[in-house]
Design a binder for this molecule. Structure first.
Ligand code: PEP
Length: 249
């Protein structure tokens, strides 16, 4: 059985003080056992304080990006070693905003995934089609290519332990969620791609989330689908009450 994983992606929101206030607000509700694993992917500046604040709880902390080298002349970048030292467990790789605004490609995603795994960070690898691609009937082709190239060169065991997030770009921050059936269809397809590339065991074990305008009132239907193992949540993860409702359904 795959444990569902609910990950909040705060994007460029929350100062350290705001991040700590959020954690103090959710701790009474989420510090015990929950059916879903809880992850907060925060800005780099808040990671150290958050990792300290969630010590002794099952809440895990994630970064939103990383660079693939361990150190060097890469002004402005953050290495996997630096994240690991802070107590970070997860790292989002290839979010569509990074692909769109920061020239992330499937090749750089692959380098980052490998670097994360090498240093014991669990990558949350984002894939998903744009509205244009969906309307052109290219959804399956796009997610297949992103999955193939993003995971190229990994072992079946490595793939089994990571997380894939299917995030249709047209659903992110738009209030327009994929239907339960549409999300399930694409996620089942991605699981099939993993099966073809890495075998049945990896396909059975890898967790695949849905992301795109997930809210407390639409998460239940999505998570009831057999192939959907949780959600990557942007906007609705910023408010403690709504985040608690997403994790404790
Ligand atoms: C995201 O940023 O990964 C996301 C899914 O955002 P939202 O939930 O706001 O659509």
């Amino acid at each position: 059985m795959r444990q569902p994983i609910i990950a909040g992606n705060w994007k460029m929101h929350k100062t350290v003080a705001e991040a700590l206030a959020f954690v103090e607000a959710i701790k009474p509700e989420l510090a015990g056992a929950t059916a879903a694993e809880t992850v907060i992917c925060a800005p780099f500046t808040a990671l150290a304080s958050l990792a300290e604040a969630v010590k002794g709880t099952p809440i895990r902390i994630g970064a939103q990006d990383l660079f693939w080298e361990e150190q060097g002349a890469y002004t402005g970048e953050i290495s996997p070693l630096m994240l690991k030292e802070l107590g970070v467990s997860y790292v989002i790789v290839g979010h569509s905003e990074r692909r769109q605004y920061f020239a992330e490609t499937d090749e750089t995603v692959n380098k980052k995934v490998k670097a994360a795994l090498k240093h014991g960070l669990v990558p949350i690898v984002c894939v998903g089609e744009t509205l244009e691609q969906r309307e052109a009937g290219e959804t399956f082709q796009v997610v297949e290519q992103q999955t193939r190239l993003g995971l190229a060169g990994l072992t079946a065991e490595q793939v089994a332990g990571l997380v894939i997030a299917y995030e249709p770009v047209w659903a992110i921050g738009t209030g327009r969620t994929a239907t339960d059936a549409d999300a399930e269809e694409v996620i089942a397809y991605i699981r099939g791609v993993v099966n073809d590339l890495f075998g049945a065991e990896a396909a059975e074990r890898v967790r695949i989330q849905y992301g795109g305008s997930v809210k407390p009132d639409n998460i239940a239907g999505l998570l009831a689908q057999p192939n959907i193992d949780g959600a990557l949540v942007g906007g609705a993860s910023l408010d403690p009450v709504s985040f608690i409702a997403l994790v404790r359904r």
